[in-house]
Design a binder for this molecule. Structure first.
Ligand SMILES: [Zn+2]
Length: 309
């Protein structure tokens, strides 16, 4: 998708001050954000909130000098990522760059292409260095069926995965959120375990892609922001699960719920109770698992909550 413009994009300004936070444990400083910019042809300037970042982080990118009549295409991680203007007449475009928690460390480019008024095409790119996130390894004991599923359970898990991929492949070209993202539990500001490399019953498994909040079964879970419920059902590993599409490739996931209070297709407000904390699926005890995916990149969900105006 090239450029999505919608009249209510003003809301997005709430995200504009979003800045880089390190991934991994809570908010420990491991890579101080240093914004970088580059002047390109035809009066375009690219800017990103940090030129060096860690796996599992979120970066804010900006394109200034972008005339409203021009079409821009931005690429990150081999995909076209959505761009937005705060207002239809603004000459600044914005994007969020998700750094997947397993993105191999190295030097990458955020690339922009556009066509000038005379039909000439241009490209410009900004280098972004991705460092290894500092994620501890943890050893957990879970029920055997979650480490060595039988063929039927395996089939179910694969179907779940296909379903999730289809969801994340869809980029809704409009803003559905209405202000700040918040932690989905009341009076809770921090959680843990993001990015942890996991060894379950002695076998290495994929890293932990969400933030865990220990809480009692039955504790209400709220939508982190407004959006549309795109999944509300029981999945093999994540148990009772809700996924909300916030638009522009931004999705939040709520797992292991004891109860689901919404249905697929529902539009939810930020304060909507979508379910209750539980211990369904592959767990060691009751907690909320909260995930954030941006254009397929699994990033630390707490980063979208912190440092917003
Ligand atoms: Zn979890």
């Amino acid at each position: 998708m090239a450029l999505g413009e919608s009249s209510n994009l003003r809301r997005i300004s709430l995200l504009i001050a979003l800045s880089l936070l390190p991934a991994g444990s809570a908010f420990a400083t491991q890579t101080a954000p240093v914004p970088v910019r580059k002047t390109c042809e035809t009066g375009i300037t690219l800017k990103v909130s940090s030129g060096t970042t860690a796996q599992g982080s979120l970066l804010l990118a900006e394109i200034s000098g972008a005339k409203t009549a021009q079409e821009f295409t931005a690429e990150w991680d081999g995909r076209t990522i959505p761009l937005w203007r705060e207002t239809p007449s603004s000459t600044t475009l914005h994007a969020l760059l998700g750094i997947d928690l397993e993105k191999p460390p190295g030097r990458y480019e955020w690339k922009l292409s556009w066509t000038a008024a005379d039909g000439k095409s241009f490209t410009c790119s900004l280098p972004i260095t991705v460092r290894t996130g500092k994620f501890p390894t943890e050893h957990l004991k879970v029920e055997k069926q979650y480490v060595q599923p039988d063929p039927e359970q395996q089939k179910r898990a694969e179907e779940d995965q296909k379903k999730m991929k289809a969801i994340y492949d869809t980029v809704t070209p409009e803003v559905l959120w209405k202000g700040k993202f918040r932690v989905p539990l009341k009076d809770v500001t921090t959680g843990g375990n993001f990015g942890r490399r996991r060894v379950l019953n002695g076998e290495a498994r994929s890293p932990h892609a969400g933030v865990d909040f220990p809480a009692a079964t039955g504790t209400p879970v709220y939508a982190a922001q407004a959006g549309k419920v795109v999944l509300a059902e029981n999945l093999y590993y994540s148990g009772n699960t809700v996924v909300i599409d916030h638009g522009f490739g931004i999705y939040t996931l709520y797992a292991h719920l004891s109860e689901i209070n919404v249905q697929q297709g529902d539009s939810v407000e930020p304060s909507a109770e979508i379910g209750k904390v539980g211990a369904t699926g592959r767990v060691t005890g009751p907690h909320l698992h909260w995930g954030l995916t941006i254009d397929h990149a699994r990033v630390n969900a707490l980063q979208i909550v912190q440092r917003q105006p």
